[in-house]
Design a protein around this ligand. Sequence first.
Ligand code: BTN
Length: 230
Amino acid sequence: MNPITLITLRTVDSTNTYAKQNIKALTLPTLIIADKQTSGKGRYGKSFYSPDKTGLYMTLLFEASYNCELITPAAAVAVCNTLEGYKIKPQIKWVNDIYIDSLKVCGILAECFFSNGKKYIALGIGINLTTSEFPTDIPNPGSINIDCNKIELASKISEHFFLLTDAKTILSEYKKRLFVIGKDVTYTKNSTEYSATVKGINSLCNLIVCRSDGIEETLSSGEISVKMRL
Ligand code: BTN
């Protein structure tokens, strides 16, 4: 693999958007880091609160070369591996959120796109480092509150991520930190809300749940947002 090119930006709308807009001019893989995002994006069209300097807002841009279904789980494991190096004990909420002590400290947004017939991934990761005040509509936000160098943190996450190429390892490392197993959740499918208990994940990192009416269902992260009581 080529060395990772680093781009640091003062302010940007979204590091993922920047990556997609500049794909033709960039040498891959590229790591883009911004101090602040004015339109940080989350999943399901939500925004990601990205105030100046108090968070790590990064996008790792690379050509897609393996199983895209496992990119988000691999990124979650890479973030956990890195934070554990700082003596933090993160946990994963399926599929893309990292929590510490029941507070969400990190979100992941992997966007797949094509340019000149090639497939690329803009892997966006946002970590609240020292943000102390959040908009009231963000549920259970928190910060990791460690003294760290942002570029070093982002580089370590990227290195961990690129080392995770084996599906079995990704899934077993992911499961170890997944805290939803055995928990009661609710989700909405085709405008109906269901209550269910989480049984586990399958080889594509889909969530296997048993509904309160006894029916077992497999939920794909692209379609369903799962809510749970923390
Ligand atoms: C989520 O919580 O649903 C995902 C949040 C992902 C946020 C990161 S911050 C860096 C990158 N740029 C974005 O606009 N979003 C991701």
